[in-house]
Design a protein around this ligand. Structure first.
Ligand SMILES: C[S@@+](CC[C@H](N)C(=O)[O-])C[C@H]1O[C@@H](n2cnc3c(N)ncnc32)[C@H](O)[C@@H]1O
Length: 300
């Protein structure tokens, strides 16, 4: 049974950019449970949506029965140029990155450190997963993952400890991994959050190729934006947010319409500082607490 759980984030803030506009064509690249897509459809817009997730596919099928202005593609958003979108360009493109609450609650995916699951963390159905990373990667690769994707200063110490422990017995579950993290003697920076957060983040990013997917997508997205279109990204961790911030900055246009990237297109940055969820939204939906929204207007 599909639960009705995922609450779309910063919906009002997103809609405020297209307030009063009608019949826009919108590309929602992270459909999830369709929270944002549904809002766009209810406002009379045309929505093309993408998600790699099987549940999203089922939800999209239902939404299609309700709204005729809706098309869904089950795909990785990094491949948006392979989707037969034709020469279609959009008035608004949205990325709401990461995983949905449903995926977090799915013990087969095992993203949560509250539930004991088989080590996996792959929510996009790819070949890499946390089990393979933890049990098969060599020490240097493990160190790279923890250092760059978890920003764990003592990544080498952690990698060494894991290699040692797995030589005694394979590390099969989330709880086994958490025990090993605890016993490793590594000083995790996280004071306000669960001490395993950084390590789990690192494994999740590597398992799903999160940063490469985003970078590949960003290299293509300008081809799909109409003049004066909005490009909005919600990210949930600083590594993603930095990539988006740098992308907009590197392709920023100045007031005199000088294109910084030496190309004939660029962005007017509409969010000098990222927009964050209101206190009220954070109270209602804890997950919105770490969300950052950046928006650029496409100029050509
Ligand atoms: C935070 S949820 C989106 C929630 C959605 N905006 C809503 O209101 O229901 C992120 C979604 O993006 C999808 N996703 C993440 N990375 C993806 C990728 N590279 N390609 C396709 N889908 C991706 C996940 O499967 C997940 O369903």
């Amino acid at each position: 049974m599909i639960k009705d759980q995922h609450i779309p984030i910063m919906t009002n803030e997103i809609l405020s950019f297209i307030d009063g506009k009608k019949n826009l064509s919108i590309l929602d690249c992270t459909f999830g449970r369709g929270g944002h897509s549904k809002k766009f459809l209810e406002n009379g817009h045309f929505v093309t949506a993408i998600d790699q997730d099987d549940n999203s596919f089922s939800i999209a099928k239902k939404l299609k029965e309700e709204f005729r202005n809706f098309v869904f593609y089950k795909s990785n958003f990094k491949d948006l140029d392979l989707l037969n979108l034709g020469n279609e360009k959009y008035d608004f493109i949205l990325l709401d990155l990461g995983f949905s609450s449903d995926q977090l609650d799915d013990s087969k995916i095992g993203l949560s450190f509250k539930t004991n699951s088989k080590l996996n963390m792959n929510y996009l159905g790819g070949d890499i997963n946390a089990y393979k990373i933890i049990n098969d990667y060599d020490k240097e690769e493990l160190q790279r993952v923890f250092y760059f994707y978890g920003e764990i200063n003592q990544a080498e110490k952690l990698a060494k400890y894991i290699v040692n422990q797995r030589s005694i017995k394979s590390i099969d579950t989330n709880f086994e991994l958490i025990k090993i993290l605890r016993d490793s003697g590594v000083n995790f920076r996280s004071k306000k959050i669960h001490f395993a957060t950084q390590a789990f983040q690192a494994l999740r990013i590597e398992s799903n190729n999160e940063l490469e997917n985003l970078e590949t997508f960003l290299n293509k997205v300008h081809e799909f934006l109409k003049i004066n279109a909005y490009f909005a990204v919600i990210s949930f961790h600083s590594l993603e947010d930095r990539i988006v911030k740098n992308y907009l900055r590197d392709n920023k246009i100045s007031k005199t319409k000088n294109f910084r990237n030496n190309k004939d297109w660029g962005f007017e940055i509409l969010t000098k500082k990222p927009i964050v969820a209101s206190k009220f939204e954070v109270l209602e939906n804890k997950r919105s607490r770490s969300a950052k929204l950046r928006v650029g207007k496409f100029i050509n």
